[in-house]
Ligand binder design. Structure first.
Ligand SMILES: Nc1nc2c(ncn2[C@@H]2O[C@H](COP(=O)(O)OP(=O)(O)OP(=O)(O)O)[C@@H](O)[C@H]2O)c(=O)[nH]1
Ligand SMILES: [Mg+2]
Length: 392
């Protein structure tokens, strides 16, 4: 399927960057990618072409307000929502200069916790829903606990000292209000976004690591998960057509249109792709691949994608619906193992429906599985954030 990606705020733009970088060369699944931020310097650090970057809200009183309320008693995130409403048409106009109708869906990427991305996204998503036919999905990160401590970075000894000394505007500020902000944005997205893919920063940080240290790695992880699911059977050549093509309407059926929470899983395994004397000299043919090895590779990646670490940790049983995509060099895509994988997913989620497809990658060097679990709830991490917000 074809996706238009719109990054908003610092994290949103970096996520959009990462998704662009994860697009497989011969399996394009992106139409346009945009970066929107109030912060000119942050925008300048993205690799999104200048024509698709847009700074909005210049000189706006709401901008950069991260330190509590102002005279009128409104909180920074509320002022962020107001600014979002004021600016949504301007952003829509920028998107209109591209070719929004070429996309099967929009994916708006944002880091929840701040006031820019989280403030703008509800109004932008609502405006897109009003003015276009396609589903509008949101990819949102949840803030990590270590961001909430206002003194972090100054009190954690030498490492913190060194960081402070070399601090650039790229270093993440402490965000005591991050949990409150994140929950406020999610509340506004309820009933507005078609579906909300969550990525929990807390779960992907290593001990002692700051968000700035970890963010490139985290962004690559989630971008790989997104690419596995959305690039599905995109752009393949005629001779390697998927047995079961996953298209935009299949994705829509699984994630739904009612703001369901979604988590993504991914696993891959490198496989031998030595050239064959029988094929074109480049492709691995079925006779080069041991069936038992192919079955084992598919089983392994499917199990890891379902049971391993996902963008948001939750029991697969907590999901209503699931989607499984198994990809790799065609000779490795053992049909029976893929069918078994679908049954594994069906059993794991114990829900109402699953879909499965395959994604042949003649030029690929790995067998991979991408998993979508949709309609998950209750989300434990959101409960934790509610507790944090309640104590502040
Ligand atoms: N995964 C990931 N999360 C990030 C990244 N940058 C920031 N975050 C998270 O996103 C939240 C919001 O950060 P930003 O996107 O920088 O904030 P903003 O939307 O620009 O809003 P401001 O407060 O006005 O800067 C933070 O609290 C972090 O949890 C990133 O590159 N990757
Ligand atoms: Mg920012």
């Amino acid at each position: 399927m074809q996706l238009e990606v719109i990054g908003v705020g610092g994290a949103g733009c970096r996520l959009a960057d990462a998704i662009r970088a994860a697009e497989p060369a011969n399996h394009a699944f992106l139409t346009d990618v945009y970066a929107f931020d109030t912060d000119e310097a942050a925008l300048g650090r993205t690799v999104i072409p200048e024509s698709n970057r847009h700074r909005y809200g210049e000189g706006d009183p709401a901008q950069g307000a991260t330190d509590g309320g102002d005279g009128d008693g409104s909180s920074p995130i509320e002022r962020g929502f107001e600014r979002g409403q004021e600016r949504a048409d301007e952003l829509l106009e920028v998107l209109g200069r591209g070719e929004p109708s070429a996309a099967d869906a929009f994916l708006v990427t944002v880091g929840l916790g701040g006031t820019t991305g989280g403030g703008t996204v509800p109004a932008l998503v609502a405006t897109l829903q009003r003015t276009s036919e396609q589903p509008v999905y949101v990819l949102a990160t949840l803030p990590a606990d270590r961001e909430f401590d206002a003194s972090a970075g100054e009190t954690d000894g030498l490492a913190g000292h060194a960081r402070t000394a070399t601090a650039t505007s790229d270093t993440e500020p402490p965000r005591p209000e991050a949990a409150t902000n994140a929950l406020a944005t999610l509340e506004r997205l309820e009933g507005v976004a078609s579906a909300i893919v969550l990525f929990d920063n807390e779960a992907w940080l290593r001990p002692g690591e700051t968000l700035s240290d970890a963010r490139d790695r985290s962004n690559r992880e989630v971008a790989t998960q997104v690419a596995a699911v959305f690039s599905g059977s995109a752009g393949e050549s005629g001779e390697t057509t998927a047995q079961t093509v996953i298209d935009a309407s299949d994705v829509e059926r699984i994630v739904g249109s009612e703001s369901a929470f979604v988590t993504l899983g991914y696993a891959e395994q490198a496989v031998e792709t030595t050239s064959s004397r029988f094929g074109l000299g480049l492709l691995t043919t079925e006779r080069d691949v041991d069936t038992a090895e192919a079955v084992s590779a598919v089983e392994t990646v499917v199990r890891k994608a379902i049971r391993g670490k996902r963008s948001l940790e939750c029991d697969p049983e907590a999901a209503d619906r699931g989607l499984l995509i198994v990809g790799g060099p065609p000779a490795w895509l053992n049909r029976k193992a893929i069918a078994d994988g679908r049954r594994t997913l069906q059993t794991a989620i114990d829900g109402s429906g699953i879909l499965g497809g395959d994604a042949p990658r003649p030029d690929g060097e790995t067998v991979f599985a991408g998993v979508v679990l949709a309609g998950i709830g209750p989300v434990e991490r959101l409960e934790e954030l509610r507790e944090t917000a309640g104590t502040r």
